[in-house]
Ligand binder design. Structure first.
Ligand code: G16
Length: 544
C-alpha cells in the first residue's frame, strides 16, 4: 500500500459549531476540505496510532465517498481498526453506543448534517465523538480548530475502496476494517432498557402507531425493532428506506417539516401514537391522536414515568435540560426530589453530568431526548420509552399529558426561527439587548414585569469549565420567559431563535391555543429587542 503525505494549506472557516462541522456539501467536496478537517481531528486528539475508531453516517449524499476518504486517512495515520456500519450507515445514538460497547479508544467519526437537507446542493457534516461516546467537549473541538488554522499536510494512502456492503473483516494496509450490521447492537441495548414483552402485548392488543423515518437513517432501525421485534403491523413505519436526499425533504421531526405525519395524526382515522426521527436518528417528535407533545413536555413526561421501564426501575438520579428548553421538567424534578441542571444548548454539555452519574435523563427543546445509556440524544429510544409508558399505564398520550399538566401546571411553549438573516443584523439584535439587561429587573414591558434579565453563562459542575454568551434570558414575574439565541447549526446566514414560555397552573386553562397564551410574552420580547425592525421581517420563518 502506497502511503502518501499530501501538502496542503489551511482552509478558512473550519470551526466546529454546536454539533461538529456543518457546511454546504459542495464545500466539503472541495479540494482538500474534508481531508484537512479529518487530519485536524486526528491531530487534535493526539493521533490515532494503534487506536480503534467507529465510522458511519446518515446515508446522505457524499456519505459513502467521505467514508472511503476517512478510512484511507485512518490507515495512513496508523489506526489499528475502524468499525463501520454496513453501507456506511450508523445512526448517531447507535454510533455512540458502539464507541462505548467496543471501547473504541479513538472515538467516532459521524457523518451527518443532522436534520438539514441532503444532496449535492444541500448540506453535509462531520462530527467527532470522544471515547466516552459523546460529542467532543469544547477543549477538544478548540484543539481541532487550532489545527485547521495551521495544517500543512495530511496523510492518506493509495488503496482500493472497501466494500461497505459486506458484513465482516477486511483490511486496508495494516488496518482492519470491520463492517457491522448497524442495527444489531443498538437493538440489543434497547431490549435491556425497555420492556419489549409489554410493548409486544400492546401492539398485539390492537394499538396502532405511525413512525415516520423521514427517508433517513432510522428506517432500518424502526423496521427491525418496531415491525420485527415488537410485532407492530407492516406499514407502521413510513418513509423507512434511507435515501441520499431524504426524498428531497427536510428530515427535521417538528410540526413544520413532518407535515405528512402531522396530517395523519390529526385525521379522523389517526393511529393511537405517532413519532418521527431526523436525518441521523438522534431527534424525535411525539404525537398522540390529535395531540402534539412539545419536546420540553416530552422530557417532563418521560422523567415523571421513567421508573416504569426496566432500565430506570430504581428511579432517575437527576435531570438536565438546555437553557432554552421549557422549565416543565424542573417542576417534575422538584416533585420527585431530584437534581435538575440547566446547561447551554448542545448535547456535549450533558456529557460530564452523565459520566458523573448526576443525571439519568436529559433533553432539549430542539427535539432531543436521551439518557445515560449513550452519550447522544436518541430518537428511537425516546419513542420506545414512550411506548413502554403507554403500555404500562394503558392511558392515551392526551390523557398522560393532561395528568402531567394537572399535577405540575402547563408550560406553554413555542420557538420562533428567523432564518438566513444577515449575520451583521443578527449580531446587532443580540448586541442591542446586552446593554439593556442590567436595567431591566423590575421594569414593565407591555403588561409584563421583568424579574430577571441576563446573558446565560455556565460553569460545568464537574470540570469547572466555563461557557459564556449562551443566550439572553428575560424572566417575567407571571411565569413567562423569553430567550434569544443565535443558532449554531445553520449553513446559510444566521438564524435567530426566540423561545417563548408561559406557565399556566389554572386547571380550567390547560388546553388553550399556545400562540394566544404566549402573545403577551412574544410582544414583550419583540418590543424590547426591536428584532423584526432590525432584520426587516414581519414574522418568523418557522414556528414550532
Ligand atoms: C445540535 C446539537 C443539539 C442542539 C442543537 C441546537 O443538534 O446536537 O444538542 O440542541 O444542535 O441547534 P441550534 O444551535 O441550531 O439551535 P443536531 O440534531 O443538529 O445535531
Amino acid at each position: 500500500m502506497l502511503m502518501q503525505t499530501v501538502q496542503t494549506t489551511p482552509i478558512a472557516d473550519q470551526k466546529p459549531g454546536t454539533s461538529g462541522l456543518r457546511k454546504k456539501t459542495a464545500v466539503f467536496r472541495a479540494s482538500h476540505f474534508l481531508e484537512n478537517y479529518v487530519q485536524s481531528i486526528f491531530d487534535g486528539i493526539e493521533g490515532v496510532l494503534g487506536k480503534t475508531l467507529v465510522v458511519g453516517g446518515d446515508g446522505r449524499f457524499f456519505n459513502d465517498i467521505a467514508i472511503q476518504i476517512i478510512l484511507r486517512m485512518a490507515a495512513a495515520n496508523g489506526a489499528a481498526k475502524c468499525i463501520v456500519g454496513q453501507n456506511g450507515l450508523l445512526s448517531t445514538p447507535a454510533a455512540s453506543h458502539l464507541v462505548r460497547l467496543r471501547q473504541a479508544d479513538g472515538g467516532g467519526l459521524i457523518l451527518s448534517a443532522s436534520h438539514n437537507p441532503g444532496g449535492p446542493d444541500a448540506d453535509f457534516g462531520l462530527k467527532y465523538n470522544g471515547p466516552n461516546g459523546g460529542p467532543a467537549p469544547e477543549a477538544v473541538t478548540n484543539k481541532i480548530y487550532e489545527r485547521t488554522k495551521v495544517i500543512d499536510h495530511y496523510k492518506t494512502c493509495a488503496a482500493d475502496d472497501i466494500d461497505l456492503a459486506i458484513v465482516g473483516m477486511q483490511t486496508l494496509g495494516n488496518m482492519t476494517v470491520e463492517i457491522i450490521d448497524p442495527v444489531e447492537d443498538y437493538a440489543a441495548l434497547m431490549q435491556k432498557i425497555v420492556d419489549f414483552d409489554k410493548i409486544r402485548a400492546l401492539f398485539a392488543g390492537g394499538f396502532t402507531m405511525c413512525f415516520d423515518a423521514m427517508h433517513a437513517v432510522t428506517g432500518p432501525y424502526a423496521h427491525t425493532i418496531l415491525e420485527g421485534m415488537l410485532g407492530a403491523p407492516k406499514g407502521t413505519v413510513i418513509n423507512g428506506i434511507p435515501s441520499t436526499d431524504f426524498g428531497k425533504g427536510h428530515p427535521d421531526p417538528n410540526p413544520a417539516w413532518a407535515k405528512v405525519l402531522m396530517n395523519i395524526m390529526h385525521s379522523t382515522d389517526a393511529p393511537d401514537f405517532g413519532a418521527a426521527s431526523d436525518g441521523d436518528g438522534d431527534r424525535n417528535m411525539i404525537l398522540g391522536r390529535g395531540v402534539y407533545v412539545t419536546p420540553s413536555d416530552s422530557l417532563a413526561l418521560l422523567t415523571a414515568h421513567a421508573n416504569l421501564a426496566p432500565g430506570y426501575q430504581d428511579g432517575v438520579a437527576g435531570v438536565a435540560r438546555s437553557m432554552p428548553t421549557s422549565r416543565a421538567v424542573d417542576r417534575v424534578a422538584e416533585r420527585l426530589g431530584i437534581g435538575c441542571f440547566e446547561t447551554p444548548t448542545g448535547w456535549k454539555f450533558f456529557g460530564n453530568l452523565l459520566d458523573a452519574g448526576k443525571v439519568t435523563l436529559c433533553g432539549e427543546e430542539s427535539a432531543g431526548t436521551g439518557s445515560d445509556h449513550v452519550r447522544e440524544k436518541d430518537g428511537l429510544w425516546a419513542v420506545l420509552l414512550w411506548l413502554n409508558i403507554l403500555a404500562e399505564t394503558q392511558r392515551s398520550v392526551a390523557e398522560l399529558m393532561m395528568d402531567l399538566w394537572a399535577t405540575h401546571g402547563r408550560c406553554y411553549y413555542a420557538r420562533f426561527d428567523y432564518e438566513d438573516v444577515d449575520s451583521a443584523k443578527a449580531t446587532e439584535v443580540i448586541d442591542g439587548l446586552r446593554p439593556k439587561l442590567p436595567m431591566l429587573a423590575g421594569a414593565r414591558i407591555g403588561g409584563l414585569q421583568v424579574q430577571m434579565a441576563d446573558e446565560f453563562s455556565y460553569v460545568d459542575p464537574v470540570d469547572r469549565s466555563r461557557s459564556d454568551g449562551q443566550g439572553i434570558r428575560l424572566v417575567f414575574e407571571n411565569g413567562a420567559r423569553a430567550v434569544f439565541r443565535l443558532s449554531g447549526t445553520g449553513t446559510q446566514g444566521a438564524t435567530i431563535r426566540l423561545y417563548l414560555e408561559q406557565l399556566e397552573t389554572d386547571h380550567s386553562r390547560l388546553q388553550e391555543d399556545p400562540q394566544k397564551v404566549l402573545a403577551n410574552v412574544r410582544d414583550a420580547a419583540l418590543t424590547l429587542s426591536d428584532l423584526e425592525a432590525i432584520i426587516g421581517r414581519t414574522a418568523p420563518d418557522v414556528i414550532t
